[in-house]
Design a protein. Structure first.
Length: 174
């Protein structure tokens, strides 16, 4: 059995405001520590792997915090789905099981790594990856997103699992 997880990474350092917003919305979730200007939400509802829930949460967070939000879903390590919203507008959707899915240019632009666009495109288009968690790890590394977004969702964090590196004891349970 492969990995199943979802999360939404928001390009903001306003962690406490994110926690307060998620409480106001009555969302059950974990909120990561802020690292490199990114804070990640691991939402219980999104963990059901309904793409609509992920799109809605990413869009709402990007609008509320006037930033970029990257939603991720890994389904059994067979499909990696990524969606990007900016200031309440949907920018692009990527699915690893669809040829020419998503825009590497838009993804690189929104994460401010345009110089790495060719590498992002290569990673998104590489035809065979045994486990999609490996693709997710490579893409996040190139985009500068913290590694604790890879392999973790609400379910794994609620079981007490934590990343090996970073400030692991600072995941806020909302």
């Amino acid at each position: 059995m492969g990995n199943f997880y979802t999360n939404v990474t928001v390009r903001t350092t306003e962690r406490q405001e994110l926690i307060e917003y998620m409480r106001e919305q009555r969302r059950t979730c974990f909120v990561s520590p802020t690292s490199r200007g990114f804070t990640t939400i691991y939402d219980r509802l999104c963990e059901e792997q309904d793409i609509h829930d992920l799109e809605t949460l990413a869009t709402e967070l990007s609008l509320r915090f006037h930033c970029t939000a990257v939603a991720v879903l890994n389904h059994d390590d067979d499909v990696l789905w990524m969606g990007v919203a900016h200031d309440g507008n949907w920018v692009t959707t990527y699915r690893s099981d669809e040829v020419l899915s998503g825009s590497a240019w838009n993804l690189a632009r929104e994460l401010r790594v345009l110089g790495l666009f060719p590498l992002v495109a290569l990673l998104m288009r590489w035809p065979f990856v045994l486990f999609e968690i490996w693709r997710h790890q490579a893409i996040t590394a190139v985009l500068g997103i913290p590694n604790f977004t890879v392999g973790f969702g609400y379910d794994s964090l609620s079981r007490g699992e934590r990343p090996m590196s970073g400030a692991t004891d600072e995941f806020e349970n909302v």
